[in-house]
Design a protein around this ligand. Structure first.
Ligand code: BES
Ligand code: MN
Ligand code: ZN
Length: 497
């Protein structure tokens, strides 16, 4: 999708389709619909009286040959109630317009912006448009691709700050494209996304983005004594890989060095504690945490915030076999802590245990991990909200604030020593499960044991990695959550001090 900025009046703009939005109070003349010529507003007013237009969020009304305008079509998108409106919702409105129009054969469209709009609003529109134009249809022979928007024009009659706007467009574009990169990785089936293939995609991205790339194979993983990572990997025919990507801008201060650790299970069968077959195919998405970190690295390589970042992605399958680890096995993690395996399906916390320890060894002094860790977080928060855990409230708050600004919903869950009882082992330092109650908390805290005193935030995206329903502004399938939150966080951290 090409994005351009054009100065033109709403009346004179020549485009196949121009989109505007309005609020419930008066859908004929609020929002950017307030800028429409009187004749068009009059028609909208009639549609409103007839009950055809309500202004409810994402409602779409298409007018052909709007009176007195050069645009061939005018699309009015409902924005809901004005009191509840936040900048990130502009992106959803633009996204709704993109999906509505392209479904009707439109390939070039325009979105009206107001001179008072700031960089945040512009970025949100661009971001929303690009995210909306994505479909997880790579393996369909009749693709939706033919229905995509090729040109998205931002129009304003009096651009107030063209330079700032152009910068905002570029930033929005880079972040959304990185999010779509993550979505593509998550969407790949496990036969096309083995640890080796994930490593290849990471290396290709790193090379073209100018990031330092390194990977550890089976021998290195064993010789570094990553016993927990190795235990999960040992049952698979596919060799594991630890991916390491470094972003070390020379102008950044020495500290912090932020470690981004992403769970990279390319297929989670559950291992010997095998999962029911019902929804097992969904476990191709169990590398969404790792894919998130690769998307974040791509975005920051392009946006160049002044902060040091190292991504660490432990990638492996979790498979049952004659070589697989068993329930009851005791393993020794790289940190030296011993773990009794009570369930081989609680594999995410094991690979993360060694990945966190390794990130610390590489010099990271802040740790953020993202993982499709537990079914329990889906029970708690559904598919809408990501669970956030951590002991360092300052860093937790930064993540929550970035989530609120990008519109990726987050909710803090407790981390409390009283829960530690639940994952004690009778024969080792820790057990890898803590029972059904508080399952998302005990899983998070198990991972946190390996962060030690280093500030650490954990995001459980088991529920939010994937959307089972199509939204007006987003295809069904991989969501790319929480790429935008973490990019926002890193841009913000780089501006501190
Ligand atoms: N990858 C799963 C969690 C998951 C479930 C992600 C559903 C996305 C959708 C994880 O490895 C897992 O199997 N967790 C177990 C832990 C249990 C055995 C303690 C779970 O949540 O059931
Ligand atoms: Mn599992
Ligand atoms: Zn898993």
């Amino acid at each position: 999708m090409k994005i351009e900025l054009q100065q033109e009046s709403v009346v004179k703009l020549l485009t196949p389709a121009l989109a505007v939005y309005s609020f419930e109070e008066n859908p004929a003349s609020t929002g950017t619909a307030s800028r429409l010529p009187a004749e068009v507003q009059k028609i909208l007013g009639e549609l409103k009286s007839g009950g055809e237009i309500t202004g409810k969020a994402y409602e779409c009304t298409l007018i052909h040959h709007p009176a007195g305008m050069a645009a061939h079509k005018l699309l009015l998108v409902g924005a809901g109630k004005r009191e509840k409106f936040k900048p990130f919702q502009l992106g959803r409105l633009a996204g709704t317009a993109v999906r509505y129009l392209r479904a009707r054969g439109v390939h070039q469209m325009a979105w009206f912006i107001q001179e008072e709009d700031g960089a945040e609003e512009i970025q949100s529109v661009v971001d929303g448009a690009i995210l909306a134009d994505y479909d997880a249809d790579r393996y369909r022979t009749e693709r939706e691709a033919e229905r995509r928007i090729d040109l998205f024009t931002l129009v304003c009659d009096k651009p107030a700050a063209p330079e700032a706007w152009t910068a905002a467009i570029e930033e929005g574009q880079k972040i959304a494209e990185a999010t779509n990169f993550t979505r593509n990785l998550v969407n790949e089936p496990a036969n096309q996304m083995t640890p080796t293939l994930l490593a290849r995609r990471a290396r290709e991205m790193a090379t073209s983005a100018g990031l330092a790339y390194q990977e550890l194979g089976p021998e290195e993983i064993r010789s570094l004594k990553m016993g927990a990572f190795w235990a999960v990997a040992q049952g698979s025919e596919e060799p594991p890989r630890m991916l390491i990507l470094r972003y070390m801008p020379p102008d950044a201060s020495e500290s912090p060095v932020i470690g981004l650790i992403g769970k990279g299970i390319t297929f989670d069968s559950g291992g010997i504690s095998i999962k029911p077959s019902q929804d097992m195919h969904e476990m191709k998405t169990d590398m969404a945490g790792g894919a998130t970190m690769l998307g974040v690295m791509q975005a920051i390589a392009q946006l160049k915030p002044r902060v040091r970042v190292i991504a660490v992605v432990p990638a492996t399958e979790n498979m049952p076999s004659g070589k697989a680890y068993r329930p009851g096995d005791v393993i020794t993690s790289m940190s030296g802590k011993t773990i009794e395996v009570l369930n081989t399906d609680a594999e995410g916390r094991l690979v993360l245990a060694d990945a966190l320890a390794y990130a610390k060894r590489l010099g990271c002094n802040v740790l953020i991990d993202v993982a499709t860790l537990t079914g329990a977080v889906m029970v708690a928060l559904g598919n809408i909200t990501t669970g956030v855990f951590g002991r360092d409230q300052e860093w937790v708050n930064r993540v929550l604030a970035s989530g609120a600004e990008t519109g990726e919903k987050m909710w803090q869950m407790p981390v409390d020593d009283d829960y530690r009882e639940l994952y004690k082992s009778s024969i080792a330092d820790l057990a890898n499960t803590g029972g059904r109650y508080g399952g998302a908390i005990t899983a998070a805290m198990f991972v946190g044991e390996f962060a030690g005193d280093t500030p650490w935030v954990h995001l459980d995206i088991a529920g939010t990695r994937w959307s089972n329903e199509e939204k007006p502004y987003l295809a069904k399938g991989p969501t790319g959550v929480p790429v935008r939150t973490l990019v926002h966080l890193l841009l913000h951290v780089a501006q501190l001090k």
